[in-house]
Design a protein around this ligand. Structure first.
Ligand SMILES: C[S@@+](CC[C@H](N)C(=O)[O-])C[C@H]1O[C@@H](n2cnc3c(N)ncnc32)[C@H](O)[C@@H]1O
Length: 370
């Protein structure tokens, strides 16, 4: 084995990674080829997604591949014969990716050592994965052009603080949208990122349609389908809006016009998931984080059709000064009175419901008294 490298296994794929790899917490730039074990869950999700979304013969690119962890797992574990390609502008990454590809008998996987935007300006792909350090903004425009009609772009963003509302001006500069702090700021952050991708695609008369968009640990992750057509792009733009939130009444809504400064947006107001994609995703036992994947799939399925902007049990408890009941029992009680209700993956104490804040608080008070 090359010195300074250790062998790890994710799913059924073996990888040589730098010895000093980050075992937990957000990945740090160490001057070596990047690898973060904590992202295994995200890569397991990519494998589940690829197994249901990829088709034979497609051109599939991991654009910022580092050790090749994600792209090689897609090539090795999705069971699809396709043109898998991996790219990283760092020559040490390219060398290591080749070694890792050969170690898994993936000699057919192509390795590029290019600036990603340069590569995207010359080639077209059915799937483009963008997993950068921090914000993905510099790559989305080219990806939106390079992606084939009906293809997919997957985007990671780890610059969570601006998107959560801690740095609204940074969010405005990067994403052209103001972020704001609120109990549901993780959802707002994801929707700002999604709104940005929708606008970048629309510049080229293309629509970005969400397939699987989630928040996890210290990052946001999107998978969107890119479809040609100015009318489709216009329809996607129509789903952008602003968050109206009143912390005194807990009233929240997505509205078309910004009502006061400080309201977050513009951001995506539509759905975050495709029911069909979720139906096809299976948390099989070969995945290292299968139990977590299975739980996550359950919650994503529950919340897929729910309204935007969740509530938290903590804010309901604080507002009513009544201690919170069990979330599952409270969700059931909302369904019993005919409301739409579900958990949400954004927060273990979060719930989605179509009840307006006033009615939700009334129901909460009477439920908590029982
Ligand atoms: C966060 S790492 C990718 C992690 C990887 N996807 C994984 O799952 O382990 C980002 C990588 O992007 C590469 N990179 C940064 N800017 C680039 C650019 N403009 N073109 C190509 N590669 C780039 C870096 O060298 C680094 O290896």
């Amino acid at each position: 084995m090359t010195s300074g490298l250790v062998k790890v296994k994710e799913g059924t794929t073996e990888l040589l990674v730098p010895e000093s790899f980050s075992r937990k917490g957000p990945g740090t730039r160490t001057g070596e080829v990047f690898y973060n074990r904590q992202m295994e869950f995200g890569r397991d999700v990519s494998v589940m997604f690829g197994r249901t979304a990829f088709k034979e013969g497609q051109a599939i690119l991991d654009g910022l591949a580092a050790t090749g962890a994600r792209g090689l797992r897609l090539a090795n574990e999705c069971g699809v014969r396709a043109d898998f390609q991996l790219n990283d502008r760092d020559i040490r990454s390219a060398v290591l990716m080749r070694q890792n590809a050969d170690m898994n008998s993936l000699g057919h996987v192509k390795i590029h050592c290019r600036d990603l935007n340069g590569l995207l300006s010359e080639e077209n792909y059915d799937y483009i994965d963008i997993d950068p350090f921090g914000p993905p903004v510099e790559f989305v425009d080219m990806a939106a052009q390079s992606c084939k009609n009906d293809g997919i772009i997957a985007v990671t963003a780890t610059d969570t603080a601006p998107l959560y509302g801690s740095y609204p001006k940074t969010s405005l500069r990067r994403y052209g949208a103001l972020s704001s702090r609120s109990p549901f700021a993780h959802e707002t952050g994801l929707r700002i990122l999604l709104g940005f991708v929708v606008r970048e695609a629309a510049k080229h008369d293309r629509a970005a349609e969400p397939l699987l968009c989630y928040h996890s640990d210290h990052y946001f992750r999107l998978h969107v389908r890119i479809r040609n057509g100015a009318a489709r792009a216009d329809a996607a733009i129509k789903k952008l809006g602003f968050v109206r939130f009143d912390a005194r009444t807990l009233d929240r809504a997505l509205v078309q016009e910004r009502e006061k400064m400080g309201d977050a947006g513009p951001l995506w107001g539509g759905g975050l998931f495709s029911r069909e994609i979720l139906k096809g995703m299976k948390a099989t036992g070969d995945l290292g984080t299968a139990a977590r994947c299975s739980k996550m799939l359950e919650v994503w399925n529950e919340e897929a059709a729910g309204p935007a902007l969740f509530f938290t049990m903590d804010e309901l408890a604080k507002h009513t000064k009544a201690s919170p009941p069990k979330l599952a029992e409270f969700v059931d009680s909302l369904e019993e009175i005919g409301a739409e209700a579900s958990r949400t993956h954004f927060d273990p104490k979060g719930l989605r419901t179509d009840l307006p804040a006033k009615e939700l608080l009334r129901h909460y008070r009477s439920f908590a008294r029982k």
